[in-house]
Design a binder for this molecule. Structure first.
Ligand code: DGT
Ligand code: CA
Ligand code: CA
Ligand code: ZN
Length: 589
């Protein structure tokens, strides 16, 4: 996705936040939030579009198009600059604290002069919030928890942000004279759920042109360290990039070393020592003679240690070394195994694209089946009604007929390069109420092909009630998938408190799948819980939860999360052929 789009989207978002904070029209703010999402997900570079072309972006009218044009020219727009002048930047930082909305952030600023997360922490400790209207003891406690979460997220970024930065670096450095090989390493290569800094490894005889290419990048705002083997820069948004350059004959050993994790490397090195070998980023050496045995490929390094090559997603020292020694590594689910997506939205609720646009984009991915699952009525702000849902169902059925009769239709709304027509499923994303009930009665639910059910409110229920709530949802014969089960947002919202073993047992017993939500801010169910769930008999739906056509690509992060949980294609219902999936969806029989 073009970087100009992300920058423009961030500014529109900031404008929406500041509008709400200054008591402006919340509807106007929502228009900007929606446009920001659409811009971020738009496949073409907004800085290269004419005002007319900009208005083709969903949710972008004349006035927002003008602002986007202004952003391209000046890096900002006048109305935003005006609002910025009223509110210190730190106050907007406050809104990044989970549990603190824009209005209450402004209240803290106006009434107590608090203009940064640090000042907020100090004010809570000093008891300054105790007598503030609308802030009870409970909310002070929540705010402290939110501050902790913000701090522990530290400077870490989400996987997609790291991947994008790595992509830009690899394009620039890879084009430098003498670059023989280049690849991401570190936590990004392992697809960890957040990334502290981006590690890139390159091979070249002379590193100078590669290092120069890195420091010359417009994104390299600061050069932290510059040397012949390692150069580190920081981007404008504060993300560090470490570039290491090694001779080609050390490539495999260096890639193994810099991929980590550190705990995995410690384990591997112990194994080497026991074989009177020494492993470093330069190669695997015989201790006695000092002779280098292997270093060119990772496969050779692992093989010489008596191990099968271990996929980077498994290198966390959670049993992978032992499994590799015994030849018992799992055959991990791959992105090419994925046959469909069971959780996606359109602009009927909070998506940025129309039904036909989403279906066309899904079809272009070659899916065998695809479910549209817009929000259900109890999420009030989405304004869903029975009528709207039924009307959408008619549209879905019509579109399905069209695809079936014209699988290669290009003149019509759906462009499908797939030889086989994609099957459309009509579904919904239900809301699990605190008592475990969902939006509609059984007879209405029976009309859907698939139901995802998610927690979207009352995140703070005590464990016993939360567990009962999930169990009731599992018992509902129409609920097929529990969406983003822990409802955490990485670095922003903690997971709900639920008895996981009990939830897993209920899912297995009732034939309810747990989602692996692929959105990089969610990655939920988190990989750390997947093995326990699988061992309890749970099946998983890897879903994009796409709210824009470009977000269908997030599937890769869901697959990586599943891999980090050691899952195979058989564990994943969205990797199953349609007949097997349909049977699973008929849980009530
Ligand atoms: P991050 O950046 O916090 O998301 O996590 P990593 O795993 O990318 O960590 P990073 O960037 O500090 O180092 C990249 C890899 O390099 C790490 O996974 C293993 C290797 N490495 C770096 N320093 C050491 C070290 O002191 N000892 C060992 N065994 N390995 C290291
Ligand atoms: Ca790193
Ligand atoms: Ca690093
Ligand atoms: Zn949801």
């Amino acid at each position: 996705m073009p970087q100009a789009n992300d920058r423009a989207a961030a500014l529109l978002d900031e404008y929406a936040d500041l509008t709400v904070m200054t008591g402006g029209d919340p509807f106007r703010a929502r228009v900007y939030t929606r446009a920001a999402k659409a811009v971020a997900g738009y496949p073409r570079d907004v800085s290269e579009l004419t005002p007319t072309a900009l208005q083709q972006i969903p949710g972008v009218g004349k006035s927002i198009a003008a602002k986007l044009a202004e952003i391209t020219v000046s890096g900002s727009f006048a109305e935003l600059d005006e609002l910025r002048a009223d509110i210190p930047d730190g106050v907007r930082q406050l809104t990044r604290i989970p549990a603190l909305g824009p209005r209450r952030a402004l209240q803290l600023y106006r009434e107590l002069g608090i203009s940064s997360p640090e000042q907020l922490g100090a004010a809570i400790e000093a008891g300054h919030l105790d007598n503030l209207r609308g802030f009870g003891a409970k909310s002070a406690e929540k705010l402290l928890r939110g501050l902790d979460l913000l701090a522990s997220a530290g400077g870490r970024v989400l996987l997609n942000v790291a991947a994008q930065t790595a992509g830009t670096v690899i394009a620039a450095v890879g084009a430098a004279t003498g670059c023989l090989r280049i690849a991401p390493a570190g936590s990004l290569r392992r697809a960890a759920e957040s990334v502290g800094d981006v590690d890139v490894l390159a091979a070249a005889a002379d590193s100078a042109p590669l290092m120069a290419a890195l420091t010359a990048m417009p994104e390299a705002a600061d050069v932290i360290a510059a040397g012949p083997t390692k150069t580190s820069v920081r981007t404008g948004t504060g993300l560090q990039v470490d570039l290491r350059v090694v001779p080609l004959d050390c490539w495999g050993a260096a890639l193994q070393y810099f991929t980590g994790s550190q705990q995995h490397n410690v384990r591997i090195r112990e194994l080497a020592v026991r074989q009177r070998l020494k492993l470093s980023e330069y190669g695997l050496f015989e201790v006695e003679s000092g002779e280098r045995i292997v270093s060119r490929t990772e496969e050779a390094v692992y093989a010489r240690l008596g191990l099968a090559w271990i996929p980077p997603v498994l290198r966390e020292d959670t049993g992978e070394v032992e499994a590799a020694r015994r030849g018992e590594l799992p055959v991990l689910v791959e992105e090419t195994d994925i046959r469909g997506d069971l959780h996606t939205h359109t602009n009927l609720t909070d998506g940025a694209a129309s039904l036909t646009e989403m279906v066309a984009a899904a079809s272009a991915r070659g899916y065998e089946y695809y479910a549209i699952t817009d929000h259900a009525p109890n999420l009030v702000m989405q304004r869903m009604t029975d009528e709207k849902m039924l009307m959408q169902r008619d549209q879905v059925r019509e579109l399905a007929t069209l695809i079936a009769s014209e699988p290669n239709a290009t003149a019509t709304a759906v462009a499908s390069p797939a030889a086989r027509p994609m099957v459309l499923l009509h579904g919904t994303e239900l809301n699990i109420a605190p008592d475990g009930s969902v939006d509609w009665p059984p007879d209405f639910l029976a009309g859907f092909d698939v139901c995802v059910a998610s927690v979207h409110s009352h995140f703070d229920l005590p464990r016993r009630e939360m567990t009962r709530r999930f169990l009731a949802a599992c018992e509902n014969p129409y609920v097929n998938v529990i969406g983003h089960p822990l409802t955490r947002k990485i670095g922003r919202r903690p997971p709900v408190d639920v008895d996981l073993p009990e939830l897993f047992r209920a899912c297995a017993r009732t034939g309810t799948a747990l989602e692996i939500n692929a959105h990089p801010a969610r990655l939920d169910l988190p990989s750390a819980h997947l093995r326990a769930a699988r061992d309890a008999g749970v099946k998983f739906a890897i879903d994009s939860d796409a709210h824009a056509t470009a977000e269908l690509d997030n599937m890769q992060y869901g697959v990586a999360t599943a891999q980090r949980g050691w899952l195979t294609a058989d564990d994943v219902i969205t990797a199953w052929p349609l007949p097997r999936l349909r049977q699973f969806l008929r849980k009530r029989e």
